[in-house]
Ligand binder design. Structure first.
Ligand code: C2O
Ligand code: CU
Length: 487
């Protein structure tokens, strides 16, 4: 952990001190990951312009640039700072992030900080700011209140822009993080390329593309097809995964490895979970500890398993996603995870209000569109959107949202601005307590989650994070009003 961190204070020494209270490392000698173990996937860190250790201040440019997606083939992609994904923004909980953003794309854009519980004006949607026109700049400036694995992406013409390569990771470290395991950030995405390796149009296949949700055939980890990662046998790595694809779900398997999930969308989960595969719908994050058996050696693959998004009951064959070069084990060490990993305050739903949200289909001019409570959200070519406030809440309220999917396929549901706790999916209790901002609502099922609005009034969007579905109208705005306006 922290090998490339610019300003981390979570040094091994400090954390080993913490281990003293929570359990001794098992085994005698603690080994480490091989030299340059993550160089095949390492992402650039931007220059921090601010001397204050608690302020990360950077410039960020959206521009068309040439990148190498397929080995040896140059692709003109849309990028943040010339890379796909964009630079790794990494700070600590409580730090302030200042991003001087400039748009050099041929169309307007906005930057949304997915999962950050920030002030409404900095949320980067057309509900709260004018789209940033080509050649223009906007400064985003906000505090990072929660530790976890987050990301940033456009919120204008978002399916096309994300599909062209605009997304990047935002990691917020907790100085008291109890998991002292070397970590790596892995952004999963896909891209639609033609035979010459160039981007296919973002509106490829027209309405059908929107309706199904476009999936690119090139599967990428940190912008590369099948990059390599070096792994020490018998020693855990902490993988911080982000599903940044427009529509594709991720199901990841590391054959033979022990996999424990320790964190989700917004920080650590209450208790570590043992998994066979890690499933992340679009925009979800997951942190897993991956340990290969001490006897492992040579080369192996981390696999993409077909997540069967349309519930056809048939899976396409597995696809190698990342190559693991396994180095011989050196001693034995495994972390003793504190139990619980994180203490969440008890959920108090006594006075909670209920909100009913229905995800559905609607006919508009002879074509099926997607709707929320019977309304189809519209955005014009400039990225402006027209909202009617039909969803109102008040600061201080706790609500239970009941999100009903009336369609025959899944919708990953995302609420801006406020983390929630999922109560149940199709009546089945959520297996572990954790804070989330995105949750899959399976075909014809209902998801219930609880959310409390702290004092950040404003216009917060919620939508399906299959970005083509959002574009077809499955998007709406929640107006959170100050408590003083409560009727
Ligand atoms: Cu990650 Cu409104 O989105
Ligand atoms: Cu959807």
């Amino acid at each position: 952990m922290g090998s490339r961190r610019t300003r981390g204070i979570a040094t091994g020494a400090v954390l080993l001190g913490l281990w003293g209270c929570t359990g001794e490392p098992s085994g005698s000698e603690r080994s480490s990951q091989p030299d340059q173990w993550d160089e095949g996937v390492a992402l650039p860190l931007p220059e921090d312009l601010n001397p204050d250790p608690h302020v990360l201040e950077v410039n960020l440019e959206a521009r068309v640039a040439t990148v190498e997606i397929r080995p040896g083939v140059l692709t003109e992609a849309w990028t943040y700072d010339g890379g796909v994904p964009g630079p790794l923004l990494r700070a600590q909980r409580g730090d302030r992030l200042i991003v001087h953003f400039t748009n050099h794309l041929p169309e307007p854009t906005l930057v949304h900080w997915h999962g950050i519980q920030l002030d409404n004006g900095m949320d980067g949607t057309a509900a709260v700011q004018e789209p940033v026109q080509p050649g223009e700049s906007f400064t985003y400036d906000f505090v990072l209140p929660d530790a976890g694995t987050f990301w940033y992406h456009p919120h204008a013409n978002s399916s096309a822009q994300v599909g062209y390569g605009l997304y990047g990771p935002l990691i917020v470290d907790d100085p008291a993080d109890p998991i002292d395991v070397e970590d790596v950030v892995l952004v999963f995405s896909d891209m639609s390329l033609d035979e010459a390796g160039q981007l296919r149009p973002g509106d490829d296949d027209g309405w059908f593309g929107d309706y199904f949700g476009r999936e690119g055939a090139a599967l990428l980890v940190n912008g590369k097809t099948q990059p390599r990662l070096r792994v020490r046998a018998g020693l855990p790595q902490r993988w911080r995964l982000i599903n940044a694809s427009r529509a594709r779900f991720l199901e990841l398997e590391v054959p033979g490895a022990a996999v424990q999930r320790v964190a989700g969308d917004v920080g650590l989960i209450e208790r570590a979970e043992t998994l066979e595969t890690l499933r992340l719908v679009t925009s979800e994050r997951g942190e897993i500890l991956v340990t290969l058996p001490g006897s492992a050696e040579g080369e192996m693959d981390a696999l993409y398993r077909d997540p069967d998004r349309f519930r056809l009951g048939v899976r396409q064959p597995d696809v190698p996603l990342m190559q693991l070069d396994v180095l011989p084990r050196q001693g034995e060490w495994s972390p003793r995870l504190p139990d619980p990993l994180r203490s969440l305050p008890p959920l108090d739903l006594a006075g909670a209000k209920h909100r009913h949200v229905e995800l559905g289909e609607m006919n508009v001019d002879g074509l099926v569109h997607l709707s929320i409570n019977g309304e189809v959200h519209q955005e014009d070519a400039d990225g402006h959107h027209h909202h009617e406030t039909s969803h109102v809440a008040y600061v201080g309220d706790t609500e239970v949202w009941e999100v009903v999917n009336t369609t025959g396929y899944d919708h990953p549901f995302h609420l801006h601005g406020f983390a929630f706790e999922v109560l149940d999916v199709g009546g089945e209790p959520w297996p572990v307590r954790e804070l989330k901002d995105s949750v899959n609502v399976p075909a014809r099922e209902t998801v219930r989650f609880a959310v409390t609005y702290d004092d950040r009034p404003g216009l917060w969007m919620f939508h399906c994070h299959i970005l083509d579905h959002a574009g077809l109208g499955m998007m709406a705005v929640l107006e959170v009003r100050p408590a003083s306006e409560r009727p």
